[in-house]
Design a protein around this ligand. Structure first.
Ligand SMILES: Cc1ncc(COP(=O)(O)O)c(C=O)c1O
Length: 377
């Protein structure tokens, strides 16, 4: 009986395409396997061990020894809201750097939480320009914080976070980093770069199913949370910290399978030889995909030198809609990602996160070549 239920659901839900998505992404088999074990209480000694082991591994991975890492039962956007509610004074101002749709989302979250977002927009495909950021901060001494999208998933642009962080710290502002599609594939040196809050989601470069948000917080951010007027209950950072310290867990029930999956991901990184090796796997994949699309005569949206290690936005050829390429690739067994927002018809995107082999990339590029030739005929 049970197996019939499972078989029916598997038949309906198992992807029939290879995933080159923007997330959720294909997961490593070890991660899926550990997520299937029988559940245990989030106040049990097994959970406490899992929680603290995962936190310690993340602290090493993010070079975060002075700050704290916390885990949240939400997706990444929850931590955009948390960053604002816990640290920015009511009606306070935040400078939001925008290189695509997720920067826009941060500005909306700020406004909907009653604070003011001062937007600093750059052309799609470009990163944040550090000189312009510096000048804008000189003209807006009143802002309390700056937000940066480390990797803009809609354009496939990776900001130079070290350089931008240096500018923000020179102006002594809080620095919040949306690293949803960067963490796990692009280096994070939390203490050295002076980051105050950085966050991500499980379903991106760690290759874990969705449902878990990961955040790192500086002492300064956590002290502000302690004094915040209305941080709310669910995302109250100082409550998370206290519960982690006292009970080695979270205030409400955490997504235990995802945390076990993330722990497995961090062990895979270790087994591979450490994070540098893991990052170079991502770099290799990204280079292979970029050079493959260039060989097909297609251009990448991202400015040279700022191309993302996790996702590539590609201009579709003259006269061919990006959505057509997406649909034709899907029919042939490859799930790419559509262009996003205003770029939906002029671009399509190829995600490179999660469980993807070199052979998958080669097969995807061969099929893309066939699709393009059919569509431009
Ligand atoms: C850069 C970026 N920020 C924020 C988000 C939102 O993350 P979540 O869906 O986990 O809330 C995404 C999701 O794709 C993203 O790519």
């Amino acid at each position: 009986m049970t197996s019939k239920i499972v078989e029916e659901l598997k038949a309906k839900l198992t992807p029939k395409t290879k995933l080159f998505t923007a997330g959720p992404v294909a997961c490593f088999p070890e991660i899926l396997e550990i997520m299937c074990i029988q559940m245990f209480s989030h106040r049990s000694k097994e959970y406490k061990w899992l929680h603290i082991d995962t936190i310690n591994r993340l602290k090493d991975f993010l070079d975060c020894q002075e700050g704290e890492v916390l885990l949240f039962p939400s997706s990444g956007t929850g931590l955009m809201e948390a960053s604002i509610r816990n640290t920015i004074s009511p009606k306070g101002k935040v400078l939001v750097t925008i290189i695509g749709e997720f920067g826009e989302r941060y500005a909306t979250v700020i406004k909907e939480n009653g604070r003011e977002a001062i937007k600093l927009n750059f052309d799609l495909g470009n990163p944040v320009n550090p000189k312009i950021l510096d000048e804008t901060l000189s003209n807006h001494e009143e802002v309390e914080a700056v937000t940066i999208t480390y990797n803009e998933t809609t354009t496939g642009v990776l900001n130079n976070l070290a350089e931008l962080a240096w500018v923000v710290k020179n102006h002594d502002k809080l620095l919040f980093v949306d690293a949803v599609s960067a963490m796990g594939a692009a280096d994070v040196r939390f203490d050295e770069w002076g980051i105050d809050i950085i966050f991500s989601s499980s379903q991106k470069a760690f290759g874990v199913p969705p449902g878990l948000a990961i955040g790192a917080f500086s002492k300064r951010a956590l002290e502000l949370s302690e004094k915040a007027e209305e941080p709310g209950w669910y995302f109250n950072l100082s409550r998370y910290l206290k519960v982690q310290q006292k009970k080695q867990g979270t205030p409400s029930t955490p997504p235990i399978p995802q945390i076990a999956g993330l722990n497995a991901a961090l062990r895979i990184v270790e087994e591979m030889g450490g994070k540098e090796k893991w990052y170079s796997m991502y770099e290799r994949r990204a280079r292979k995909i970029r050079s493959g699309v260039n060989t097909l005569g297609l251009n990448v949206l991202a400015e040279k030198g700022y191309e993302s290690p996790t996702i590539t936005a590609v201009f579709s050829p003259e006269g061919v809609k990006g959505t057509r390429i997406y649909e034709e690739m899907r029919k042939k067994g490859f799930e790419l990602a559509k262009g996003y927002g205003s770029l939906v018809e002029t671009t399509f995107r190829i995600g490179h996160m999660g469980y993807i082999s070199d052979e998958d990339i080669e097969a995807m590029l061969d099929t893309l070549g066939d699709v393009i030739s059919e569509l431009i005929r």
